[in-house]
Design a protein. Sequence first.
Length: 213
Amino acid sequence: MLALLAVVAQVSLPVAAAEQKPEAVASEATNRVLTVLRDNRTVFEKEPQKYYVAVEEVLDPVIAFDQVARGVMGKYAHRATPEQLQAFTQTFRDSLIEFYGKAVMTLDPSRLKLSRVDPVAEDQLTDYRNRKIRSIPVNLKVSSDNQEYSLSYSMIQDGGQWKARNIIVEGINIGVQFRNQFASAMQQYKDVGKVIANWSAIMKNQAEAAQGA
């Protein structure tokens, strides 16, 4: 359930002007995101590739894939060539879209709603503009039936737009989880290029584990 909520948080950031407050961007987009999930449920069953394209169209403008990918690589990003960094960004993007695209199909968006969005303090925005902090944390609550889940995601300005760089669901740091997976794969393959080449399989195994949980 936590992994599934992560995708909702990650796609809750629409293309928006940088001057918009982050929490406003998040709350305005949530209903649109849930609508996308509802509208594509039957599409996944009949035409999965068409469904993945729909997911891609939502995720592409709102996630800073290049920065997320570098964060996932962690210290190993410094060992990678520019070509390898570019290759992993693309591989990570494609595998993440498929991973979350499959996972979210077990979620019932009709019973999920945004119940609370904490305002971002003006001094945080000032600190971000002055480069005293690297991202803006946005905290919100998502409820389903009688349960409520805490979400916090890191937002950055990229090309004049707010984009997600990381997400924490119920205290679980999704970015750290992926970084740990990359580090574990480095222990296995001992080579950045080999990890990149096998990343799709790593994500596939993770998706199967999530579905079986």
